[in-house]
Write a protein that binds this ligand. Structure first.
Ligand code: SF4
Ligand code: SF4
Length: 87
């Protein structure tokens, strides 16, 4: 399931450079995640990097974007052609 940033976001910007898929960008007052690029960090890490660095735990799973691990790996493959997932 793609992650989403809640209204708790204080727009510190810490998460933007941590996303391996460049899925995070500044939005209207808070940062936002492009769900078409978020793999929950599947393929790169075993924890979600945006949540790990966030001081207010604003990123979390989006219940409207439920995806299986297989679907997330397919997204990884689409975003990173030829790259082998490490996790
Ligand atoms: S969970 Fe991972 S892939 Fe998704 S936005 Fe956060 S850092 Fe990026
Ligand atoms: S690290 Fe947290 S508070 Fe900072 S921009 Fe990202 S979601 Fe917002």
């Amino acid at each position: 399931m793609a992650f989403k940033i809640s209204d708790e976001c204080i727009a510190c910007g810490s998460c933007e450079s941590e996303c391996p898929n460049e899925a995070i960008s500044p939005g209207d007052g808070i940062y936002v995640i492009d769900p078409d690029k978020c793999t929950e960090c599947v393929g790169f890490y075993d924890t979600q990097q945006c949540l790990d660095v966030c001081p207010v735990e604003a990123p979390g799973p989006d219940p409207d974007r439920r995806e299986t691990r297989e679907q997330l790996l397919e997204k990884f493959a689409r975003l990173h052609p030829g790259k082998t997932p490490v996790l």
